[in-house]
Design a protein around this ligand. Structure first.
Ligand SMILES: C[S@@+](CC[C@H](N)C(=O)[O-])C[C@H]1O[C@@H](n2cnc3c(N)ncnc32)[C@H](O)[C@@H]1O
Length: 264
């Protein structure tokens, strides 16, 4: 049975999938390129990318960095997000029109609880050794349906701060990555440097809108507690941990685009 917290998350992210595709994914390229660079995705033979949103970046990665013979497994908790991602790969002009590129997606929710496990070796059966393979499925970052030590590159752009238990997600990242593999996360940074979301919070507050009780967990917690997160990661076995801040600029060319992005 799927955890009610997971079902809640699915409903929430399903409800904003189209808005995310229309307004946000073009902006979050910025952190994505950093992650792909620092996890050395271009050298990897088995990449796992989690919480891909609507797949804009995933398509970019497969078209620019994914090597011949390499596999990219991508996951999402939201079926709507994954459907939008799939539609990008299905387009005639896109990934599939290139020889040796193969993509398949499943929307089976059985993987949400972490088993059965999906193996890249099984996915590659019947394929040419030189094929670039993309496989997408529904999964929860905190309980992954993949065997131990399976990927040499793990990327989680903008989702560690959102999951129910970030330590569970870190532990799973460590488990599924092979020794010597690269693991990368991007998360929200310093609250005082972020302008657009606190603005929304202030508007809600001023007009007495939103929930009476504020959530105790926020998207800024990982950043605020980063030395504790580093300690926890070291304890789990991660080595050579680097953390840094990187500015991300939003592009709002009109008031309408600002309003729709924030208030949509
Ligand atoms: C802020 S978006 C980031 C999307 C994309 N990676 C990007 O960089 O734009 C967060 C994504 O995480 C997904 N998500 C949230 N909780 C998740 C979980 N526990 N497991 C898997 N995906 C999750 C959401 O459906 C959403 O698409």
């Amino acid at each position: 049975m799927v955890d009610p917290i997971v079902l809640d998350k699915q409903r929430y992210w399903d409800s904003c999938a189209q808005l995310y595709d229309d307004r946000i994914q073009a902006i979050t390229y910025q952190q994505y390129v950093t992650l792909a660079t620092h996890t050395e995705a271009a050298k990897a033979s088995r990449i796992l990318e989690l919480a891909i949103g609507t797949g804009t970046h995933t398509l970019f990665l497969t078209k620019t960095l994914l090597q011949r013979g390499a596999s990219l497994v991508c996951t999402e908790i939201s079926q709507k997000m994954l459907e939008l991602a799939k539609s990008k790969f299905d387009g005639e002009e896109e990934f599939l029109c290139i020889k040796h590129n193969k993509a398949s997606f499943t929307f089976d929710e059985c993987y949400l609880s972490g088993s059965p496990k999906i193996s890249v070796d099984d996915l590659r059966k019947g394929h040419d050794p030189g094929d670039r393979l993309v496989f997408g499925c529904i999964a929860n970052n905190e309980v992954l349906p993949f065997p131990d030590s399976h990927f040499d590159c793990y990327m989680a752009p903008l989702s560690l701060q959102l999951v129910h238990s970030y330590t569970a997600m870190l532990a799973e990242a460590y488990r599924v990555t092979s020794p010597g593999g690269k693991v990368g996360f991007s998360v929200w940074g310093r609250r005082e440097c972020i302008q657009i979301y606190p603005l929304l919070e202030r508007v809600l507050e001023r007009h007495g809108l939103g929930p009476a009780t504020k959530p105790t967990k926020t998207n800024y917690d990982i950043c605020l507690n980063r030395e504790e997160v580093r300690r926890q990661m070291t304890e789990m076995g991660f080595v050579n941990i680097k953390m840094w801040f990187q500015p991300v600029n939003y592009i709002f060319d009109t008031f309408d685009s600002f309003y729709q992005t924030l208030f949509g």
